[in-house]
Write a new protein. Structure first.
Length: 307
């Protein structure tokens, strides 16, 4: 059973209140977005088993009686591709590391490789770092955990070391507790009921992109993105018109599927999730467009919000 995280309360006049930014960094697919969603208690960052699911910085906000934590979910640091998209994603990681008060360096229990070490080496020496060892529930031999932690102690003077399972919520409250003393004193930056600084338009694009990652499986084209072309609100109804951007004409057929069935399922499942998120009806119209070379075109990337 998951452990309960501290609840949000009125904290404007709390003595000793702390506020700060915490970057969540690590190699691709270590569970950074799952951890963010668990910490704030709601899904705002998309999740899939595919590497490079997270492409944008997403801030998640948790306000408790004693602190306001602004968690910065970053893309996984990319080492395998050198196009403009990956350069922008890596710049996003480096910028986040330079601007935050604390870093959660997330690794997978029982695994520490050269790609993990490369991310650790990016973190400035003066930054306070909490080592977050995720997926402890997936470690076949639990007796390996303590020796594994001991082997990492020499890598850096970590401010905290917290083993946990983000997917199950195990020990996540301990991470929040350990982080509060690391933040500077200060008043809240956001209202206590805010959970993200991203708008509904951005979240709609991300939730649709998640369905592409989940439903296309191994067919998923590398060069794929989502552009919200129209977003209108009529009371509790949202009318959303979205374009799925692919790099090659052949990819268009992969997304649409035989008789349009794949695209219908992608749209339907995204609509269901968006109605839960927005707590209202959603009309979602989706089509597929070809923009060759968009992932290596900085102007195209800026138009898609990757600047």
């Amino acid at each position: 059973m998951s452990d309960a995280l501290p609840g949000a309360v009125d904290s404007k006049n709390a003595e000793g209140f702390r506020t700060g930014f915490i970057a969540i960094v690590g190699r691709p697919n270590v569970g950074k977005s799952t951890l963010l969603n668990r910490l704030i208690g709601q899904k705002i960052s998309i999740v899939s088993s595919k590497a490079q699911t997270t492409r944008h910085r997403v801030n998640g906000i948790l306000t408790t009686a004693a602190a306001q934590f602004v968690f910065v979910d970053t893309p996984g640091f990319q080492t395998r591709h050198g196009n403009a998209l990956n350069r922008m994603m890596n710049r996003s990681v480096s910028q986040a590391l330079a601007e935050v008060d604390v870093v959660f360096f997330v690794i997978e229990a029982g695994r520490f490789g050269d790609d993990d070490r490369q991310v650790l080496n990016l973190i400035p020496a003066a930054t306070r770092v909490a080592l977050v060892i995720n997926k402890i529930d997936c470690l076949p031999d639990k007796s390996r955990l303590l020796p594994f932690i001991d082997s990492l102690q020499a890598l850096r003077d970590f401010a905290a070391i917290v083993p946990l399972s983000a997917s199950r919520g195990k020990n996540c409250a301990a991470l929040v507790t350990a982080t509060r003393p690391l933040l500077p004193f200060g008043t809240p930056l956001y209202a206590e009921d805010e959970i993200t600084d991203r708008n509904e338009r951005f979240l709609a694009a991300e939730f649709l992109r998640e369905k592409l990652f989940r439903l296309l499986g191994d067919e998923l084209p590398y060069g794929i993105a989502v552009e919200i072309e129209q977003f209108e609100t009529e009371g509790r109804l949202r009318r959303i018109h979205a374009a799925i951007i692919v790099d090659k004409p052949a990819h268009k057929g992969i997304v649409i599927g035989r008789g349009g069935e794949k695209l219908k399922r992608i749209s339907s499942e995204a609509r269901v999730d968006l109605e839960k998120l927005f707590d209202g009806k959603v009309f979602l119209e989706v089509w597929v467009k070809v923009k060759s070379g968009w992932a290596d075109d900085e102007r195209a990337l800026r138009s898609l919000g990757y600047a």
